[in-house]
Design a protein around this ligand. Sequence first.
Ligand code: NAD
Length: 261
Amino acid sequence: KTKRFANKKILITGASQGIGEDAALHFAREGAQVAINARKAEKLRPLLDRLPKPVSGEHLIVAGDMAVEEDVDRVVRETIEGFGGLDVLICNAGMQIECPSEDISLKDFNAVMAVNVTGVVLCARAALKYWRANDQKGNILVNSSVHQQVPKPHYLGYSASKGAVGNIVRTLALEYARYGIRVNAVAPGAIVTPINDAWTKDPEKYEATAKHIPMRRPGECREISDAMAFLASEESSYITGQTLFVDGGLTLYADFEQNWS
Ligand code: NAD
C-alpha cells in the first residue's frame, strides 16, 4: 500500500468498532499517525495493538464522550499536544435509537442529537480554532448517512441529525474555504457493522435488505474507508462542502429500476 498519509496526523472519533475502527486501520496502513477515540480507553487498546506503525511517531488513544463539551475539547487538545499538530479530523461517532415517532422521549431524541449533531459541531469548533490560531490548512470529514436524504421512519432523531450534518458541512465549507480548510461528508448506505446487528445477523432480514439495494448487497467498511481516504487526501484538493454517497445506489429511487411507462 502506498503511504499516502505519511506524516499526517488524523483524529478519528468513535473508532472502537465498525467504520471508525476500519478507518483507523486504513489510515495507519497508509502511513498516518491516528488518534483513536471512544468513550472508554479500554475499548480502544485491542485496536491500538493492531494498528500498523505510522511512518513517524506513535498512535494515540484519546478517550472521551463526543456528546460532552469538556471531553471534546480535551480530546482534540490531547491529540494536538500528543502529535504536535492535526491534519485531518474525522467525526465518525454516531448512534441511533428506534422508536415510533409519537412515543419518542425527549431524552432519547436529545441523546441522538447530542452525539450526531452537537458532537460534530464541538469537534469541528475545536479543530477550526487550532487551525485558524496557527494559520494552518485543515480537513474535516463527517460520517453522515443516506438518511441525510432518505427519510427513516422510527428513527426521527437519526434522520434529523444526519439532515443537519449535510448543512453543517456546507456551512463550514463556505465559511472556511478561503483559509484552505475543506469540509466534506461521506454518506454510507447499509454497511455491515455492529450498528446493524439487527439485520446483518438474521439471514432473512439480510436478504430483504440486500434486495432493496440496487447493487444487491450491503457495503463493507473498507468501501467507506476508501471514500474517506479520498476526501482526506490531496486527490480531492478542490472538493469542499460535498457529501459523497457510498451506498450501492440506495439513493437512486430503486423502485424505478424497472421501466414504469
Ligand atoms: P457502530 O455503532 O459500530 O460504531 C459507532 C462508534 O461510535 C463506536 O465506536 C462507538 O463507541 C462510538 N460512539 C458512539 N457514541 C459515542 C460518543 N458519545 N462518544 C464517543 N464515541 C461514541 O456504528 P458504525 O456503523 O460504525 O457507524 C459509524 C458512523 O457511520 C455513525 O456516524 C453512523 O451514523 C454512520 N453510518 C453507519 C451506517 C451503517 O450502515 N453502518 C450507515 C450510515 C451511516
